[in-house]
Design a protein around this ligand. Structure first.
Ligand SMILES: [Cu+2]
Length: 330
């Protein structure tokens, strides 16, 4: 490849890469849950997550500028200073201005990164005065969330499996009739997987991110989340909240979040903890303060049916609002 062709090829390659990135970026990630083909981070729902995203963007711009700058230098060196075009090389070994510049400029870049970085770290560990304290205990393989200062009740959460989704749709009797004779194993798992696929869509649930008991928090309130574990090391993580905290047995760590929008937010255990690591999602419903208080009162009274109905009503109202907005946009 000639020199000119090489420059052309690298330029065209870069352009294609940039275009692909932009095209893929069009598949923006949703709020609170993953979506197929997404490239970006899930939308931010708390001040901490917003700061994380802003910091990420800043660093991405700096990295891109440095990478392009170094690439341009490399191309210049390859084209202008190879043995053929530059047969008698310069014998310079020192250049004070250049040496000061390539020491000072990187330091300045690091300072530009360090200031928002420390600000973000400070925000993550700020723990503003809490309106609500929840203690999350990780177990192999499910979560317990105890509302320490709000009735003291505990919500135990298990992931809904393909089998549970099918059972909820056709009932236990029909389930036994259809699958009872199939021996447990990969064939049965595959059957359940295929048969449950349309049911997840129908019920508006995400596979591996659907749970039997969702937890709720009020919108625009500061929540302190104490995180611990009863067995091995797990991790409590909800992307849109910018919260990620190791759950270590025998220790209590903490994270905080202040969700500013209502909706459903999913997260999961993010430390490889054992065979069902992939089966311990977290589903949080951010609802109005009134709905939260009603839900907490129902949970304290051990009326989980009523509690579920309250969250369901909130979800329906939210869906109706989204549908209205969508139709208004057309
Ligand atoms: Cu885990």
């Amino acid at each position: 490849m000639s020199r000119r062709n090489f420059a052309w090829a690298s330029g065209a390659g870069l352009a294609v890469f940039g275009w692909l990135f932009l095209a893929a970026g069009a598949a923006m990630a949703g709020m609170g849950q993953p979506s197929p083909g997404e490239m970006t981070m899930q939308e931010a729902a708390t001040p901490v997550a917003e700061s994380i995203h802003a910091f990420h963007s800043l660093v991405t711009w700096i990295i891109t500028a440095i990478t392009l700058f170094v690439m341009v230098l490399l191309i210049i060196v390859m084209v202008r200073f190879n043995a053929r075009s530059n047969p008698t090389p310069s014998r310079n070994s020192h250049n004070t201005i250049l040496e000061v510049a390539w020491t000072v400029i990187p330091i300045l870049i690091l300072v530009v990164i360090a200031i928002p970085s420390f600000k973000l770290l400070n925000l993550e560990y700020a723990y503003p005065k809490p309106d609500l304290v929840i203690k999350a205990t990780a177990n192999a393989w499910n979560w317990d969330h105890q509302y320490v200062d709000k009735g003291g009740f505990t919500v135990s959460t298990n992931m809904l499996r393909d089998e549970d989704i099918i059972r909820s749709e056709i009932g236990d009797k029909e389930f036994e009739k259809r699958y009872g004779s199939v021996p447990d194993g990969i064939v049965k798992l595959r059957m359940l997987y295929e048969d449950s696929k349309p049911l997840y869509v129908k019920q508006g649930l995400l596979r591996q991110l659907a749970v039997d008991n969702e937890i709720a928090v009020p919108v625009n309130k500061v929540v302190h989340l104490l995180v611990t574990s009863s067995d091995v090391i797990h991790q409590w993580s909800v992307q849109s909240f910018g919260s990620k905290q190791q759950a270590v047995p025998g220790r209590v760590a903490a994270t905080w979040f202040k969700p500013t929008v209502t909706g459903t937010f999913t997260g999961q255990c993010q430390v490889l903890c054992g065979k069902d690591h992939a089966s311990m999602p977290i589903v949080i419903r951010v609802v109005s303060e009134q709905a939260f208080n009603d839900w907490a009162a129902a949970m304290t009274a051990k009326d989980s049916k009523k509690a579920k109905a309250i969250l369901k009503a909130e979800a329906d109202a939210e869906a109706a609002k989204a549908a209205r907005l969508a139709s208004a946009a057309h």
